[in-house]
Write a protein that binds this ligand. Structure first.
Ligand SMILES: Cc1cc2nc3c(=O)[nH]c(=O)nc-3n(C[C@H](O)[C@H](O)[C@H](O)COP(=O)(O)OP(=O)(O)OC[C@H]3O[C@@H](n4cnc5c(N)ncnc54)[C@H](O)[C@@H]3O)c2cc1C
Length: 446
């Protein structure tokens, strides 16, 4: 079969939530633009195609997805994984119907505009992108169903990804959940929601993270919560002090009041879920799992016994790794990254809008800088300060677009709260930056 050649304006790598968000704005705001999109998956939606069946958004659907198309039922509604896959499939069908977008599913991008089908190696497409190659694969999202665990497992031990939990057909004497992130939390809530006795559950949590209270992420008040978080950074001299103040304000909480968390990854939970999670008392805090044997589990800081009839649920994949920031706009290329803390879909839409503005790349890269996904507690300060700076600078260049974008956290605030919140950020931004520098200095000195 001869190689097929396509000329286009944008070649978008990946058809995950970020790539789809970028394509959506380009197609909506530039009626002439042509796009080719490529993805290994059969359907758009990226990691949502591989997710466990009980996955849901952890923040409201009101500000997730595509700028052009509402998702969910508004308010606090959280869409489920199947809803998200259907949402992106319908969007892709709409994109294709414009006649300006071509989707190459089940295909691997090999570099230099070359795309090879994953089901027939003779099907090769070469693409020339006259405007940009848009890299929607840079964030390297990983979910357990497509990542092998990093620890060793003895033969005879049963380890499944959380996807397998919904297929369990007989009760196990014990369920061991491995991982400290949102996926592990979801797996535990799934078991408890299905009436498993909490005494049967053991949670191997290698670290403790601060959690965001979902009540403070509701669309009408989420901008106020961001302002409050920046204020806590500005008012504190250490990052622990800032988190403790945020805990007092009720914006964040932790699972164990006796442990000071070391991680901050934007995991969002409500207080009902927190109370449910606390029903599991057997929480192992001995670091990461090294090896699972038939009689014991070896961890970084010790060994614990296990029983034969145990189902291990691997939730150890780091879904959103912290990748080194890369210039957002460079010659012939856009590298999709977050520019607002933990708001990937909004970031992708914003970058597409900026792409269409008559600006130099140098200017674009000055208006917004990448905000890498937070991992450790001190990342809260740097990500919030960079987010605030980006918000203020975008407000100077595209205030109306921001206010109208349903993905923007400020979109859902009443006009007076929007003005008040934006004004407060402008005032405290400098103080927060000074406080952040002091925190980082102290942290490096200890
Ligand atoms: C469980 C979970 C829950 C989340 N909940 C929320 C939430 O409530 N709110 C929120 O704002 N964010 C949430 N996020 C984060 C957000 O959904 C994701 O960060 C974002 O959607 C990631 O999308 P992406 O397009 O960057 O990556 P992906 O979904 O990973 O998409 C990248 C795509 O690129 C393809 N690809 C990679 N390399 C190649 C190649 N060489 N050739 C062809 N294709 C390739 C992959 O197949 C994949 O489909 C959540 C994340 C997870 C994991």
């Amino acid at each position: 079969m001869p190689t097929h050649h396509v000329e286009t304006d944008y070649l978008i790598l990946g058809a995950g939530a970020m790539s789809m968000g970028f394509a959506d704005v380009i197609l909506t705001e530039d009626p002439t633009a042509r796009i080719v999109m490529v993805d290994r998956h059969a359907n758009p939606g990226g990691h949502w195609n591989d997710a466990y069946p009980f996955v849901r958004l952890h923040q409201p659907a009101a500000f997730y997805g595509l700028n052009s198309t509402p998702l969910g039922h508004g308010g606090e509604d959280l869409s489920g994984g199947a809803d998200l896959v259907a949402y992106y499939r319908q969007a892709m069908d709409r994109f294709i119907r414009t006649g300006r977008l071509q989707f190459l599913p089940m295909s691997e991008y090999e570099g230099d505009g070359r795309i090879v089908s994953t089901v027939d190696p003779d099907r090769v497409t070469t693409v020339t992108a006259h405007r940009r190659i848009v890299d929607g694969t840079y964030m390297q999202v990983r979910v357990p169903s497509v990542c092998a665990p990093k620890y060793t497992i003895d033969p005879g031990v049963t380890v499944i990804p959380p996807n397998g939990l919904a297929q369990v057909r007989r009760p196990w004497e014990r369920y061991v959940i491995i991982g400290a992130g949102k996926t592990a939390i979801d797996a535990i809530l799934f078991l408890l929601g299905n009436q498993v006795n909490p005494d049967r559950i053991q949670w191997i949590a290698p670290n403790e993270a601060w959690l965001l209270d979902r009540a403070h992420m509701q669309p009408s008040i989420v901008l106020d919560s961001v302002v409050s978080m920046v204020e806590s950074i500005a008012d504190s001299t250490t990052i622990d002090e800032a988190f403790l103040e945020l805990e007092q304000k009720g914006i964040v909480f932790r699972l164990d009041d006796q442990t000071l968390p070391t991680k901050w990854r934007c995991a969002t939970v409500d207080r009902g879920e927190l109370a449910t999670l606390r029903r599991v008392e057997d929480v192992v805090r001995l670091g990461r799992v090294q090896d699972i044997g038939s009689e014991e589990i070896r961890l970084d800081r010790g060994t614990i016994p296990t029983v034969t009839d145990t189902l291990f649920v691997d939730c150890s994949a780091n879904g959103l790794v912290q990748v080194d920031p890369h210039p957002l706009f460079s010659a012939g290329r856009v590298t999709l990254q977050s520019v607002f803390m933990c708001q990937q879909t909004f970031s992708a839409a914003l970058l597409a809008h900026m792409e269409l503005l008559d600006l130099s790349d140098e200017r674009r890269n000055k208006i917004c800088v990448p905000v890498p996904h937070p991992e450790l507690t001190h990342d809260l300060a740097s990500t919030l300060v960079a987010t605030t700076q980006n918000m203020l600078s975008c407000n100077r260049h595209m205030a109306l677009w921001l206010r109208r974008s349903r993905l923007y956290l400020g979109h859902h605030s009443a006009p007076h709260r929007y003005l008040l919140g934006s004004g407060k950020l402008a005032v405290i931004n400098r103080r927060a930056r000074v406080a952040m520098k002091g925190m980082l200095h102290k942290a490096s000195a200890t």
